[in-house]
Design a protein around this ligand. Structure first.
Ligand code: HEM
Length: 205
């Protein structure tokens, strides 16, 4: 009962945020005449949409960790399900971003995906997000007999760091945005490491 309420809540919030993230890209695509400008903005909007979803999904973990007991079981369940929905959105938007880059900038020449450090880091981040997307569906993780689902999903931090690396190659990125993003992801990663150390010390006592 509680988990299905949480799943429904996360589905609604996940779908709404996905639509909201897609609207600016759709408006640009429908209204811009100059094709290179249109393609660049669609790629940037879907790329930043994916980054936003990824960071919000990562922010759910410390929130569950530190405020979980005060929030009660319903909100804990909702946040858990929301973390998954936002991760799925990040993979979808990251995929759309990569698709828009490949079909417009690179004129469908898929070999360009391996051509530069920027595309290689983006590709690796996307592969991780796709792996996490697939294994976040219980029937698939059951079919793959995954025992270490939780550990596998820690790879999301590797994907986030790769995304920062990927964006750092862009000549258009605003430096304050890049540093804020990098600092946020490092802080979130450190908070997870400290939480892990704290928990293992408590369980040893
Ligand atoms: C196969 C995977 C990917 C490829 C080939 C790729 C390729 C690119 C390229 C070529 C650019 C530069 C566009 C330009 O400014 O000229 C770019 C920018 C960007 N990418 Fe990706 N990308 C991939 C995956 C990702 C993923 C997974 C994310 C986020 C989760 C992402 C987020 C971004 C963002 C936010 C920018 C804009 C940076 C800026 O100019 O301000 N990319 N990507």
């Amino acid at each position: 009962m509680t988990s299905s309420t949480g799943a429904r809540f996360a589905f609604r919030v996940g779908l709404t945020t996905l639509c909201l993230a897609l609207i600016p890209a759709l408006v640009v695509w429908l209204t811009t005449d100059y094709v290179p400008k249109r393609d660049l903005w669609v790629a940037r909007l879907t790329g930043y949409g994916a980054v936003g979803m990824l960071c919000t999904s990562l922010l759910c973990s410390p929130l569950i960790q530190w405020a979980g007991n005060r929030m009660g079981i319903i909100w804990r369940g909702r946040l858990n399900a929301l973390r998954r929905s936002l991760g799925i959105n990040a993979a979808i938007l990251g995929g759309l971003h990569a698709l828009s880059i490949t079909t417009s900038f690179y004129d469908q020449a898929w070999r360009h995906l391996m051509a530069s450090p920027q595309t290689r880091t983006g590709m690796l981040a996307l592969l991780i997000l796709a792996l996490l997307l697939l294994t976040s569906f219980p029937p698939i993780s059951r079919a793959l007999r995954l025992q270490t689902w939780k550990e596998l999903h820690r790879l999301i931090y590797a994907a986030a760091l790769l995304v920062v690396w990927h964006i750092a190659y862009s000549s258009r990125v605003a430096i304050p945005v890049l540093f804020t993003l990098a600092a946020l992801i490092v802080l979130l990663l450190l908070s997870r490491i400290f939480a892990f150390i704290f928990q293992t010390r408590i369980s040893r006592r």
